[in-house]
Each structure stands twice: as C-alpha cells, then as structure tokens.
Design a protein around this ligand. Structure first.
Ligand code: FMN
Length: 243
C-alpha cells in the first residue's frame, strides 16, 4: 500500500548507498508520470526526464556525477533536464489546447473572454518575456520593467538569468513530485547537482539549449544508505506568520 503524502515526505531521505537489488522500472516510470503533474510556470513544461536503466550508461553517468556513491550504487538514474529552448514549441501546444478547449461554435461570454485572455497571454505576454538574443534583449526588457515598476507593479524577471531560474524552479518542483512518489512506494532517491553537467549532456546526447537540473539516484536504501538523522535549522527561524 502507498504511504500517505505526510508519510512519504517523512520517509524520503537522500540515500547515498543503495542495496544491490533491482527496482521495477515501470514503477519508476509511473513516478515520473507523477512528476509531470507538478505545477509549471505558465504551464510551459520546459522539462524532460531521462530514465536510465542501461548499465553502461549508468556507469558513464556515475563518473560524470563525480563518482558519488549515490550515483555509483544507484540501480537507475533519472536526469531532470530543463528545456527553456523549447518555449516556442510549448507555447504552440498551449495555443492548440486552448483552441480545442474552446472549439464549440457557441461560446458563453465568459468563455469568449477567457479564450481571448489565454490567447493574448501565449501570443503576446510569453514571447515578450521569453524572447531574447544572447541575453541582450533580456537586459533591455529588465531595464524598461524597472522604470515602469517605479509607477506600478510589474513582472520584473526578464533577464536571461531570471528566465533560467524560472525554468529550473518548475523542473525542481517536478523532481520533488518524483522523489515523493518514489518514497510513497518505498523506493529511495538522492537528488544530485554535484556533477559535470557538460559530460552528462554529452552522454545523453542533449542539444546545446538543454540544461541539467539534477540527476536523481534511485534504488532501495542500504542499511548504511542514510548518513545520520535529519538535520534542519529550527523551524521558528524559517517560519514567519503575518497576521
Ligand atoms: C538541488 C539539490 C542538489 C543536491 N546535490 C547533492 C549531491 O550532489 N550529492 C549528495 O549527496 N546530495 C545532494 N543533495 C542532497 C542534500 O544534501 C540533502 O537533501 C540534504 O542534506 C538534506 O537531507 P535529506 O534530503 O536526507 O532530508 C542535493 C539536494 C538538492 C535539493
């Protein structure tokens, strides 16, 4: 039986040593299917998930993960990839979805308004934010937004670095969905950013525009797999209630 959300969150730990025991790749795939249900900025879903079960590729990837035992002992690896470069394609997918959703010949006033707003969002606002050329357009937009922002609230994250953060943020939420889903079925994971991302891209044959968000080791925890009890800074230091 699957754990509850709270049980899965409590069970999940970063596992650095896995048992030499295979895990079911179909179950891992189902957890990746849960990953893509994560919220994503503008529903652009600028992510991809590489699920590696091939022993040779696993070996190459664990070297690229700097020989960390969380990678070396993993039965399978999942690489979360950010594809900010696919924004135009995914804008089109969203526009197609909007067309299908509002395809009835007779639409209510509210539906007409919603359709118009959604189309405007994907045809005008998203390209305004995402279109860039070597980061130059981004800086220009950012400066303009700062000036407008003196007079009214405005979205300010328009630089290349801002857009990378936006895309990585969504990918990391998907990664967390994946890890919690794995924990729910008693599988273990370890997110890793300690890696040579250029080598990982080469091993996976990824295009230049792709970025590695994290590599996630997967398996079943060994008795020595969890390094100590969970440490968190006091909750009161990170929690602020504004009444
Ligand atoms: C983005 C990210 C990158 C991480 N990279 C590594 C890593 O390269 N190697 C590693 O052993 N752990 C890595 N961790 C795991 C953290 O060290 C771990 O989450 C933290 O110590 C808290 O422990 P817990 O996950 O068991 O609660 C990473 C975690 C995150 C969120």
């Amino acid at each position: 039986m699957e754990k509850t959300v709270s049980e899965a969150i409590a069970y999940r730990r970063s596992c650095r040593v896995y048992k030499d025991e295979p895990i079911d790749s179909n179950k891992v795939k189902r957890c990746i299917e849960n990953a893509v249900l994560a919220p994503t900025s503008s529903n652009l879903q600028l992510w991809e998930f590489y699920h590696i079960t091939n022993k040779d590729v696993l070996k190459h990837l664990s070297v690229a993960c700097l020989n960390q035992s969380a990678a070396k002992t993993a039965q399978q690896l999942v690489v979360v990839v950010v594809r900010k470069d696919l924004w135009r394609k995914h804008v089109k997918a969203n526009l197609n979805y909007i067309d299908q959703t509002y395809s009835k010949p007779t639409l209510s006033e509210q539906d007409i308004r919603r359709k118009k707003m959604a189309i405007n969002y994907y045809k005008k606002i998203i390209p305004t934010i995402y279109a860039d050329f070597l980061g130059i357009l981004g800086i220009l937009k950012y400066s303009i937004f700062q000036i407008i922002g003196l007079f009214r609230p405005i979205y300010r994250q328009a630089r290349l670095s801002d857009m990378r953060i936006v895309a990585h943020k969504s990918a990391a939420l998907a990664a967390q969905n994946f890890m919690i889903s794995m924990a729910a079925i008693g599988y273990d994971t370890c997110p890793m950013e300690g890696s040579d991302t250029l080598r990982i891209k080469k091993i996976l044959n990824l295009p230049r525009g792709a970025e590695i968000n994290m590599v996630i080791g997967c398996g079943i925890r060994d008795d020595k797999g969890i390094y100590g009890s969970r440490f968190r800074v006091p909750f009161k230091d990170v929690y602020t209630l504004i009444k």
